[in-house]
Each structure stands twice: as C-alpha cells, then as structure tokens.
Design a protein around this ligand. Structure first.
Ligand code: G16
Length: 575
C-alpha cells in the first residue's frame, strides 16, 4: 500500500521536527496559531496533511504560513481546500490528531488512520500538488521549509513554493488552478485590474458626472498587503490610493497599533494616521495577511456619546450592505425595472431566469442595525452562522448570489454557476441595452471579487467601484444606516475551552451559570444584546455588547466581562 512504501521515509522526516514538550495544539477558527518558535513540528505535519488531502481529492491544495492579525512573534498555518476555500471541516480533527501526536510512531499511526478512514489510494496521476505561501513574518521562511519537507515526505506529491503572498492570493491560485484557468500571481493582478476597468467604464446614466474624490489612504498593517497593493496600483492607474504602514524599512511593526483588527476593535485611527487627522476623509485598513478590510474616516461632527468621537468606522457589515444594495440594483435592471428604486422585491423573478436567490450571511457580531437594514430595506434573507469564514462561505454557496461578511471585515461573495451562465448569455445580447450592461457588470464583479475567500485587495476595488457608481463619499455610504453602539472586550482565562457556546455562538452552554449572568446583565437595558465566545485565534475569551448608547454598551460589555472572569476562571487583572 501507499504507506508500506513510504512509512520509513515519513518517520525519518518527522523525527527532524519533534513536538515541543507541554504544548497542546488546537486547530482553531482558521488553523493553528501560536508563538512561532513552537510551530515547526505542526507546520511540518500540516505539510503532510495538505499532501494527503491532495492525493485524496486528486487536486491542488494549499498551505499558507501566516498568523494574520496576531503579533509579529506569532505565526500559524491556514490550509486551503481544492475549491479555494478553507480546509474541509471534517478534516480539522485529523489536524488536531497529527499536530499533537507525541512521537514518530504515534504520528505514523495517525497518518495510517487518515489513509484508511479516507480510503486514500495512489492513482498514479500527476495532479498531486501543494501550493505553499507565506506572509512577511520573519519566522515565515524557516517555517515554509518545514512545510515543504512535510509535503515532500509524502513521496510523489509536489510542493510548489509560491513565495510571499497575501492569504487570499494563495486561495485564489488554488481555486483557479483546479478550474484550469491561469493562476499565477500576475494573472491575479491582471484579472482584478481588468474587471475594475470594465466596471469603471460602466457607470449608469442618471447618477451624474463622476465626482473626483480624494485618494484613498490605506493602512496596510505593516504587512504583506502593502507591496501587493502597490503592484496592483502599478497596472491600475485609475485606482487612486496611497499606501501607509507598509512595513518597509523604518516603518512600524506588523499589526502593532495598526491594521483592520485594531481599527475595528478599538475604533481609533491606526498608528501613523494621527498626524493626518484633518485629511482623513477616505481611509481603509487591511489586516496582516490582507484578507480583511474596513474603511473609516475622521468626522469633525462630535458625537458626545462615543469614546473616540471622531472615527467613523465602515466595517464588514457596512461593506456587505453596500455590496448587497449594488447587486440588487443590477438585479432590478435585469428585471427591466428602474435601477433607482430603494426597496427591492427579492421574490420577483427575472424573465428568462426565474427567481434569483440572494442572501447575506452574517455572524452574531453583525451590528443589529445592519441586519435590520438588509432585511427591511433591501428585503433580503439574512442567515447567521458561527464565526469563521469556513462557516459563512459554505452557507453563501447555497444561493445564486451569497454575500458573506463578518463585522471584522472578512468576507466576499459567491455566484452560482447557473446564474453566471445565464448572465453570459444576456451579456452577449448587445441589443438589450441596459439589461446587457447590468449582466456585463455582474460578470465583471464575479471576476473581480475573490470567490475563494475574503480578500482586502479585491474588496477595495469593489468598494471603490460601487462608490464611483453611486457617486458617494464615505459619509454618504455611512448614512445608509446608523450602527447601534457596540463594544468588544477580551478576557484572559486559564483555559478558554471551558467556555462552550451554542445557537451560532449567541448563547453559552457551559458553564451554565454564565449564560444566566449574561441574561440578567442584558435584561437591565432595553434593546441591549451581549454574547461571549472563546477566540479561535487568540488566547482570550471575546465579549460583545450592543446597546442604544455607547455608555450602556460599554458598561454592559464590562459587566459581562467581569462575569466571564469570575465564572470562567479569569487570570491576571480583573476587566
Ligand atoms: C480568522 C478567521 C475569521 C475570524 C477571525 C477571528 O481571521 O478567518 O473568520 O473572524 O479569525 O476569529 P476568532 O474570533 O475566533 O479569534 P484572520 O483574519 O485572523 O485569519
């Protein structure tokens, strides 16, 4: 069998990457993530797993070395399935078993278990390949070596080092390669840029001459997104932006007071932007591996109720809403009705296609005002899943257009093949005028958005496209609806796995007293909402609270955090 040929080779290779003592690895929300020094054995073993997944599916898989928004001394690994999405959830338990196998013999046993359980057989074909990528972290190069050795330890599977990339680029490459379409990094830039140009040339009549807005100032979190954005800019001159916090010589540290996670959670401008505060009319932040995006601007309007009155955040919910409204506009045109009506009727069908199923997928973190707007004004279905794009993506794939976003700025949208095929036909019928244009727009959008995973670069192009189309400033976009004030906190506990949740993470199942305590805290405030969940990327428990005023949201969050600390085994300082 496959194993009897290679067992000794695998055993020998794995002996070079011993498990660090006393560490328990856990797959988490998006793969393993911890101090980089602890990771060589895990990354080697994930190389092996990515190779096994490739043999099993007879397709290219991917392995990305990144810890995204985490501090620079940490690192991690995200595995990419042949579809371009995250590793199938059913394989996550194999990852845990492999990562924690104490020695070579146990490791081989787990490999054997996976091979038998998944009925993995060599087909002798050449499609067995793993694409490897890494972000800009200093520990990335040696960890990539470990991954490479892991893939190659499964003899016959090829490892291809794609170099320094954003996470979404690697996902895109895996997806395209398995769909037999050009999949190099330069194809990525060309595809996005071409679609952006098509869309810029397809502004609708009736929205007036395009306004020339200020350049977009992008905070690249001192990460990999900076260099990639500059490359995109080079071939897309009509994109008007400047990159800051690029992580180049003399600039700051990765994710240190910068980036989408920081801006979204703290609601204050990233480091390096303070001095510009008069000029911050159009800004965006990426995270460390450029799979998240938020927009913001500084407003001179003082809102006394807010801790940081001047930063106006346009988070993942606002982005999802902007995109959903644009998609519905195009669907209205395809129906032959005006593109200007605000309220759409999602049940009406398009002549020649039938009902286009459109939905927005969110998590419990979605601001209540966004959910209300999507349901009541856009008339769309909203589905809720647990945190983690792997859950949202799967749900979004059930629709003709599935738009998914987490409030933290991670998201994208997916088109069904059926709908795309129909759009192709309509787009080829020039005599259909506006209808043909709307179909052409949606086809370009389907090329420009990364349908493998959330992608901050294609996200910027998409936001800029819709703003150009509507002639909107960020203020006008922000006015679509007003966010309910919210607050997020982190609580350190001895073992965050003691907190278990249910109902898409909106309720605590264990310890039971905690949910009762949250309920009684929430009850005190009309319209208040709060939930807690263990993070799958950081060693903390996350607390989210939402209320009618910022002051109440802050106290509710604090009250709940204290309960987590007391009932969940808090350590360190009391929140
Ligand atoms: C990852 C996941 C996201 C998730 C985020 C935070 O993002 O891909 O879906 O929202 O972690 O997860 P948690 O709240 O469990 O820490 P990233 O950008 O950090 O890779």
């Amino acid at each position: 069998s496959f194993l009897s040929i290679h067992k000794d080779f695998l055993r020998h290779a794995s002996s070079q990457f011993p498990l660090p003592p006393g560490v328990k690895f856990s797959y988490g929300t998006a793969g393993f993530r911890t101090d980089a020094a602890l990771l060589p054995s895990t990354i080697f073993r994930m190389g092996v797993l990515a190779a096994l997944r490739s043999i099993c599916t007879q397709a290219v898989t991917g392995l990305m070395i990144t810890a995204s928004h985490n501090p620079v001394h940490e690192n991690g690994v995200k595995l990419v399935d042949p579809s371009g999405g995250m590793l199938a959830v059913s394989w996550e338990s194999y990852s845990d078993l492999l990562a924690n196998a104490p020695d070579e013999d146990d490791f081989i046993q787990v490999v054997e278990h996976i091979v038998i359980n998944e009925k993995i057989q060599r087909k002798g074909k050449t499609g067995e390949m793993v694409y490897l990528g890494r972000d800009t972290r200093p520990s990335g190069a040696s960890l990539l070596e470990a991954a490479l050795k892991g893939v190659e330890a499964v003899r016959g599977v090829q490892a291809q080092d794609m170099g320094i990339l954003t996470t979404p680029q690697l996902h895109w490459m895996v997806r395209c390669s398995n769909r037999r379409v050009p999949a190099t990094e330069s194809d990525y830039f060309k595809t996005l840029s071409r679609a952006f140009s098509i869309l810029s040339g397809l502004r609708p009549a009736g929205y007036g001459e395009p306004t020339v807005f200020e350049n977009l100032i992008v905070d690249a979190a001192n990460g990999v997104g900076a260099e990639k954005l500059l490359q995109l800019l080079k071939i897309t001159p009509s994109l008007r932006l400047q990159v800051r916090n690029s992580g180049f010589e003399g600039e700051g540290l990765l994710n240190d007071g910068v980036g989408a996670d920081f801006v979204q959670k703290e609601k204050i401008p990233p480091r390096g932007f303070e001095v510009l505060s008069d000029n911050l009319k159009r800004c965006a932040s990426l995270d460390g591996d450029a799979d998240r995006l938020v927009y913001f601007y500084m407003s001179s309007m003082s809102q006394t109720d807010q801790i940081s009155p001047s930063l106006q955040l346009l988070d993942g919910d606002k982005i999802a809403t902007l995109f959903a409204s644009y998609i519905m506009d195009q669907i209205q045109i395809l129906r032959g009705t005006s593109s200007f009506s605000a309220v759409t009727n999602p049940n009406a069908s398009i002549p020649g296609f039938g009902t286009v199923k459109v939905a927005v997928i969110q998590t419990a973190y979605a601001n209540g005002a966004s959910t209300k707007y999507i349901k009541q004004v856009l008339g769309l279905e909203v589905a809720v899943t647990p945190t983690g794009v792997k859950h949202l993506h799967k749900r979004a794939a059930q629709y003709d257009v599935g738009i998914y976003f987490e409030a933290n700025g991670h998201g994208t949208f997916l088109f069904s093949d059926n709908f795309l095929q129909w759009l192709q036909e309509v787009a080829s019928q020039k005599e259909k005028g506006e209808v043909c244009q709307a179909a052409t727009r949606l086809l370009a959008v389907s090329e420009m958005v990364n349908q493998a995973v959330g992608d901050a670069l294609s996200g910027i192009l998409m936001v800029e496209t819709v703003l150009q189309y509507r002639n909107w400033s960020l203020q006008q976009w922000n006015a679509m609806y007003t966010d309910l004030p919210s607050r997020q906190l982190k609580v350190k506990v001895a073992d965050r796995s003691v907190i278990q949740t249910t109902e898409a993470e909106t309720k605590v199942a264990s310890p039971p007293a905690l949910q009762a305590a949250i309920d009684s805290a929430v009850e005190k405030y009309e319209g208040g909402r709060a939930f807690v969940r263990p993070s799958g990327t950081e060693d903390v428990v996350r607390v989210y609270a939402e209320a009618q005023t910022q002051k109440i949201a802050d106290s509710l969050a604090r009250e709940v955090a204290i309960q987590v600390f007391q009932l969940g085994g808090g350590i360190g300082e009391m929140p």
